[in-house]
Design a binder for this molecule. Structure first.
Ligand SMILES: [Fe+2]
Ligand SMILES: [Fe+2]
Length: 411
């Protein structure tokens, strides 16, 4: 925004923002934050660089937290149904954030959106009344700080200045295109004069294709992870390396959640659902990061990956995918978690113990999320959780039959 909101407040001599205007603005902010969550889920899978995936994972959670806060205030103000109140041109802008021509374009586009959000939150703050809008003031201050941090983190990726001149031009064109779309819908807050005329995409032919697999660059090769039991007889260092390779492989769980987040985009669900799936996703990203951190501390570079657990669930409906992860895999792996923590403690390897302990604690929450949301989605459904688990077994059997020779699940 560029002064229109202040002009509005001054023009009405009301000294702050009334509920109707606040709701209208918050719905728009929330929609744009959510558009970024969905786009980040897509690029998390598609960007082949695993370090960048981790940065994108942190960014996804930051957007989700802001979305959760905005939704919370919207509920208090009886903000209505977001999707029923969506302006088509704002919708188009939100959709397009995803369809960047390449990973550099995506990061540049996201940074542009963040700068526009930052300006909108700042102007909103300037237009508030210290007492009447006290709640929004506290929230917007937190949001502003968080957005600034995210911009700094993304700028470190260096994607905004790719090496090739041609690529740089494409990146710039993409950011300009997003900005033009925003101007058509009157800016983030919708209060700027709307620019008419058609806006055409700079890269006509490219649309984001939702990947059926997670992409990794050549540094990571698909390999077996070895069984859990086989690692128990190894000396501390070797066992530690083997187990932290398994943590690193939790990219598979993050990938499963990325697909759930993407497909939940316009699902009618409580705000807590969107928070929980984003939290779950981010935890798995961090668990993969734990793996990378500890492996490097032990002088090893992550070099293998096994995505079969992700691939075998890729064709299941969202409900089954979520159920398979939270009430199948995570319940199955749970007994190992406490055992690992105890083992590292006995060995006085407190660094490994710290990471294993946090992972264990997070995993307990994941099963809790699973129980809550599977139950929610099965309301008005004749099936029980057990019925869904039987259906999952059928999907898995079908996948197993069609699996390329010699490939096995990584445990
Ligand atoms: Fe995990
Ligand atoms: Fe988990």
């Amino acid at each position: 925004m560029s002064g229109e909101l202040l002009t509005y407040v001054v023009g009405r001599a009301q000294g702050g923002l009334e509920i109707g205007k606040t709701v209208d603005l918050f719905r728009r902010y929330a929609y744009i934050e959510h558009s970024c969550v969905r786009a980040l889920a897509g690029w998390f899978l598609k960007n082949p660089d695993w370090e960048t995936k981790i940065v994108l994972g942190y960014a996804l959670f930051a957007h989700s937290e802001r979305l959760y806060e905005l939704h919370g205030r919207l509920e208090e103000m009886r903000g209505g149904n977001r999707n029923a109140n969506l302006e088509p041109e704002l919708d188009r802008f939100g959709e397009e954030i995803l369809h960047a021509p390449d990973k550099e374009g995506f990061t540049a586009g996201l940074i542009l959106v963040l700068h526009r959000l930052e300006a909108a939150y700042r102007e909103h703050l300037d237009a508030t009344d210290a007492s009447a809008n006290a709640l929004e003031i506290r929230m917007l201050r937190r949001l502003l700080q968080d957005v600034a941090q995210e911009i700094a983190d993304l700028e470190k990726l260096g994607h905004t200045e790719p090496s090739g001149a041609q690529n740089r031009e494409a990146t710039r064109a993409w950011a300009c295109y997003l900005d033009s779309l925003l101007r058509v819908t009157g800016g983030i807050g919708g209060m700027q004069p709307r620019e008419g005329g058609a806006v055409s995409r700079p890269v006509e032919s490219i649309r984001f294709e939702w990947p059926m697999s997670i992409h990794f660059d050549e540094r990571l090769q698909t390999a077996e992870m070895g069984t859990y039991e086989s690692k128990k007889s190894l000396p501390l260092r070797e066992r530690c390396i083997g187990e932290f390779e398994v943590y690193f492989n939790e990219f598979y769980a993050a990938a499963q959640l990325a697909t759930v987040i993407y497909e939940s985009w316009k699902l009618n669900a409580p705000r807590q659902y969107f928070m929980d799936i984003a939290h779950h996703f981010w935890d798995e990203v961090r668990h993969a990061e734990f793996g990378a951190i500890r492996l490097r501390e032990l002088g090893r570079e992550p070099n293998k990956i096994n995505m079969v657990l992700f691939e075998q669930s890729r064709n299941m409906p969202l409900l089954h995918r979520l159920c398979y992860l939270t009430l199948g895999l995570e319940v199955f792996f749970m007994p190992r978690k406490s055992e690992r923590v105890r083992y590292y403690e006995q060995q006085r390897d407190f660094r490994s113990q710290l990471l294993a302990d946090v992972d264990w604690s997070d995993e307990v929450n994941h099963v809790r999320y699973g129980k809550r949301w599977i139950e929610y989605f099965l309301q008005d459904d004749a099936r029980t959780v057990e019925d869904v688990q039987t259906e999952i077994s059928n999907y898995l059997a079908e996948f197993q039959q069609n699996m390329p020779d010699g490939r096995k699940a990584p445990w």
